[in-house]
Design a protein around this ligand. Structure first.
Ligand code: XIL
Length: 385
């Protein structure tokens, strides 16, 4: 009898417990559904999903972005701190503090570490091209400086950095060589030399050429020609990076695909290395904005239309465009080895300040609070199909 009455008292408690457990399951189920799987897991069979890290993230000060980087991305690149002006600001004075932390972070989190960039006309220190008397350097001295820079940087991370953007942005949209200091002083041979030095410094590292506006016909042809020449001369080149600073209008997806295929036909890997999707008006109406950082336009209020948030119609266009590009990347997943977003969240994006300073853009997959935008789940579902 006593046992039965205890049982009676116990039944409501038991029911309460079951209800609470069901409730807990359904809420956690809901949160799982809201963010079902992380990007890198869904894409891991297809290609590496990368992100670019800035100094605040590398030093761990921006903890919430670092959390997103660890959770969603399997590859990293440094947005600025490995560029020549940062890593060798004065001749022979290498500043490896941040680069060391960046590489350690990648190793601790088992990420594919990519180095950006060895030889680039932009964000290069002036001393590189000037001799002791203040004159332009001779071809011999420039070659020697390139060798020392590449040997020191690549050599330091030998066996730890998976791949390097050896040369960045050496070809113009019409396919001719950019008249950079490197080109003026050494002619197109500077490209060959850079690849040779990088290979000597770390024979196991993968070596890439990287550029923007790669879907332009002229640039496509110029890059194909240059890579063929390197290959004919027996120079190691493993891949071509298509930066992918796109907008809602440019480039045409078919042109992008054409370049992916043309590059892949050379027998090298194709990568999308700096993906972001600007929703803001371009100061140059009928052409692709590209990513030439010396092209700037003045701020005007009408060029900054979404200060208080994105209208639904623009968010929809944004999602549609990202989905179209990822459909393309997935279609050619046998050719594409990595897709890297140029930043973790909208507040870090360089697009807020280029080509016009002080605007509010929305180009990435995570918002200013590091919340996954709806596009993240859409991309995950797309990859699962
Ligand atoms: C950009 C960075 O995102 C900015 O922070 C910096 O002020 C300028 O450079 N092509 C490249 C990248 O290869 O290195 C550039 O990064 C964007 C264009």
């Amino acid at each position: 009898m006593q046992f039965r009455s205890t049982l009676h008292q116990f039944i409501p408690v038991l029911i309460g417990f079951i209800c609470l457990s069901l409730l807990a399951c359904s809420t956690s189920g809901e949160s799982i559904n809201r963010n079902p799987v992380v990007l890198k897991d869904t894409f891991q069979e297809k290609f590496v999903m990368g992100t670019a890290l800035n100094a605040w993230q590398i030093t761990g000060r921006d903890t919430s972005s670092i959390q997103i980087a660890k959770e969603h991305f399997s590859g990293i690149v440094a947005e600025n701190i490995m560029k020549s002006g940062r890593i060798q600001p004065r001749e022979g004075e290498f500043n490896f503090d941040l680069a060391d932390q960046f590489v350690e972070f990648g190793e601790e989190n088992n990420m594919q570490i990519h180095g950006h960039t060895l030889i680039w006309h932009s964000q290069a220190p002036r001393w590189f091209f000037t001799d002791e008397e203040g004159n332009e350097v001779s071809p011999e001295l420039l070659t020697e400086r390139m060798r020392k820079h590449i040997y020191t940087v690549v050599g330091r991370y030998k066996g730890r950095v998976h791949s390097w953007d050896v040369v960045n942005e050496a070809i113009l949209d019409d396919g001719s060589y950019r008249k950079s200091k490197f080109h003026q002083i050494l002619g197109k041979d500077f490209i060959k030399l850079a690849f040779q030095f990088a290979h000597e410094a770390d024979p196991d590292a993968e070596l890439y050429y990287n550029d923007f506006s790669m879907s332009q016909a002229g640039k496509r042809e110029g890059v194909v020609k240059m890579v063929k020449e390197l290959q004919e001369e027996g120079i190691r080149i493993d891949g071509i990076g298509m930066q992918g600073h796109i907008s809602l209008e440019h480039p045409e997806i078919e042109a992008f695909e054409k370049s992916m295929l043309a590059f892949s036909d050379l027998g090298v890997q194709v990568m999308v290395t700096e993906l972001d999707l600007s929703v803001l008006p371009s100061p140059w109406r009928n052409r692709e904005a590209g990513a030439n950082i010396s092209d700037n336009a003045d701020y005007e209020d009408r060029m900054n239309p979404y200060k208080d948030g994105l209208p639904d119609s623009v968010s929809q266009a944004f999602d549609k465009r990202y989905l179209e590009f990822f459909e393309l990347f997935l279609k050619h997943q046998d050719k594409v080895s990595r897709v890297t977003l140029w930043g973790v969240n909208d507040s870090n994006s360089w697009k807020n300040n280029w080509p016009v300073r002080g605007r509010k853009d929305y180009p990435l997959l995570f918002d200013r609070e590091n919340k996954a935008k709806p596009i993240v789940e859409k991309l995950i579902n797309l990859a699962k199909q």
